[in-house]
Design a protein around this ligand. Structure first.
Ligand SMILES: [Mn+2]
Length: 245
């Protein structure tokens, strides 16, 4: 049984397929994708559908999935002509963040599949707070942990009525000197690792050279950035081995 983590695939299907082919997941294996499979690259919707249908994959919510969900919900506000300003802001934000290939592919789907995807997006965890692999504990989150949540899976449903906004999990930036938990390692994407290590730009980044001792690991190796050196990293939590695609 092996557990893998990757993030920020951003619509690049060839890289996504290369990972799946290389891992050849068995029934007891699991791949956690910690957000942002859509936008920028062309094939986000295809990847999103694959994540939804493959029970060996768990997709966490990234800011891009959250933007998409907000627009799907708020477009009804425009149709009903209520709270139109909030709807326009949500649409404008997603527009600035590369929504076009995602929206075009989404529009070509059947209404039933669109609805299924919307419900799937709503169910994607914002964080998995205490994933145990071997003897270690991990906190998986797209952008930033929220320290009031330390157990189980955090979903949008749980936050409704709470003061904590989903944005904290999917948008906030982690700074390299931050430390969050004594008893677990935070694994995150969202902020490209080149931000933490200019001399080592497209490798995963960790607070400690030895990944087994680290309590903070950034794995967004800039997959969809505009140059040929970017990579998609896949980290095996059983062995702490990293493969790049
Ligand atoms: Mn992101």
């Amino acid at each position: 049984m092996s557990v893998y983590v990757m993030s920020d695939v951003h619509g690049l299907k060839a890289r996504f397929d290369a990972v799946l082919e290389s891992l050849a997941l068995h029934d007891s294996d699991h791949l956690y994708i910690i957000g942002d499979v859509i936008d920028r690259g062309p094939d986000g919707i295809e990847i999103l559908i694959e994540c939804m249908r493959n029970n060996k994959i768990t997709l966490l919510m990234g800011n891009h999935e959250y933007m998409m969900l907000e627009v799907l919900k708020r477009s009804k506000q425009l149709a009903d002509r209520v709270d139109m300003y909030d709807a326009v802001i949500a649409i404008e934000r997603w527009f600035r963040n590369g929504c076009r290939p995602t929206l075009e592919a989404f529009e070509s789907l059947s209404k039933a599949l669109q609805k299924e995807l919307e419900q799937y997006l709503e169910s994607c965890p914002l964080a998995i707070c205490d994933l145990r692999v071997q003897d270690r504990c991990y906190y998986l989150v797209h952008a930033h942990p929220v320290l009031t949540y330390t157990k189980g899976i955090v979903t949008l449903d749980q936050l409704s009525g709470s003061e904590v906004k989903p944005d904290r999990f999917v948008w906030d930036r982690i700074l390299s000197y931050q430390s969050f938990f004594k008893d677990r390692c935070v694994i995150f994407g969202h902020t490209m690792t080149e931000y933490y290590q200019q001399n080592h730009p497209y490798a995963i980044w960790s607070g400690d050279e030895n990944l087994m001792n680290s309590d903070l690991i950034g794995i967004d190796c800039g997959c969809a950035a505009a140059n040929e050196h970017t990579r998609l990293a896949c980290l095996c939590l059983d062995t702490m081995q990293v493969r790049y695609f």
